[in-house]
Design a protein around this ligand. Sequence first.
Ligand code: AMP
Ligand code: GLY
Length: 450
Amino acid sequence: MKILVIGGGGREHAIIMKLSESERVEKLYCTPGNGGISKYAECFDVSATDIEGVVALSQKLGVDMVVVAPDDPLVMGMVDALREKGFKTFGPTAAAAIIEGSKVFSKELMKKYNIPTADCRVFTDSTSAIEYIKQADSYPAVIKADGLALGKGVVIAQNEEEAVKAVKEMIDGGKFGKSGSRIVIEEYLTGPEVSVLAFTDGKTVKPMISSMDHKRALDGDKGLNTGGMGTVSPNPYYTDEVAKECMEKIFLPTINAMNAEGRTFEGCLYFGLMLTPRGPKVIEYNCRFGDPETQVVLPMLQTDLCEIFEAIYEHRLADIDIKWKSGCCACVIMASGGYPEAYPKGLEISGLDDNGQVEGAVVYHAGTKLSDGKFLTNGGRVLGISCTAFTLEEALKRSYEAVKKINWDNVHYRRDIGQRALKAYVDPLSLDYKDDMEDYIESNGVYLRQ
Ligand code: AMP
Ligand code: GLY
């Protein structure tokens, strides 16, 4: 098969490397791709949001399948446009991608179908939103822009001043453009977070191995929210018991709800979960593979990814046995100094080769550019260094060994990726959410995976 992947980050690099292992794959293309991806796939300069351009490129290349990885083109209907022209695609239609494209839609869906999530109210004018905040007088307050906002549309306000500022910026100030003209104010939840990516063809749902993201920019979960600074897999909090509960109360009900709404979801559905004292709840849905979750999940996949994509397209996911490697995977993101705010581009990266020069380590490129044979920085998140090993400790040790061989001016990475997960394996009740976890374990009668 000749496959075109849309996107150009670490997630797409991981998808492409996994597809390149498949005997069914003859040729890989990517647009726009990046410096690292260009070693595995022929890259083009059609933007990931240029629907007409992507359809034309697919026709020109005569591809057998198109994999649409990022949120924007999915929400904009790229899959619909490709299907109209007869292309096999991986990814949801616009009608289904709205599960990520509108928080108001997803909150209403969960309410209607009794899927556990934080209680919320929706507002379109700042006066009533501020009135509600003052009346509730409960902090932290969680304020979310309705639409896509590059993972930055959520504010956890610690007091009235911060909450009022966030509401005004979103609704009146147009901080996120149209995405912020409607907002959701929701109940603050506590507990460990788990990311679960799931393959689904609309009939069957097959969750992948679980993972844990590290969203804040700085060590100790300090600093601004980012797209994700590192991940580990599996997530120690996601025990078999929790998985079973999530399947019954969240995953299947969500697939069924989307079918009932005439919005059948096909592709990868991402469940952002919080394990609260009252059981697992949905924090967010994404209509795609997570980044950098994919960089720790796909390295653990044993089954041919191309075969899974085809089975989803042909609605026969139930017939496929998806196998995972045993062990753990860790990914440390190396970012430009300054990210997620302003940062320079075009800095030369040293010490880079394809495998990070450490056994088991893989370097996924996120924001790089290949220029005269040299790799230059070209984005906020620049590289993701993933390593699989028998234990999480070993995976982390080797990822960081590889990280230390790579450098550029003012490089930034977190030093504590996986520390929380490591502690959870050793002593689950030593964590910040000690009280929550005690309640959770007591009320659910479950314990952490060994
Ligand atoms: P989201 O973009 O919806 O995933 O939110 C980003 C991050 O904000 C999540 O990963 C959580 O850490 C936090 N968050 C979102 N919603 C809530 C909530 N209702 N209660 C507590 N934290 C939340
Ligand atoms: N890592 C979170 C996301 O992909 O949205």
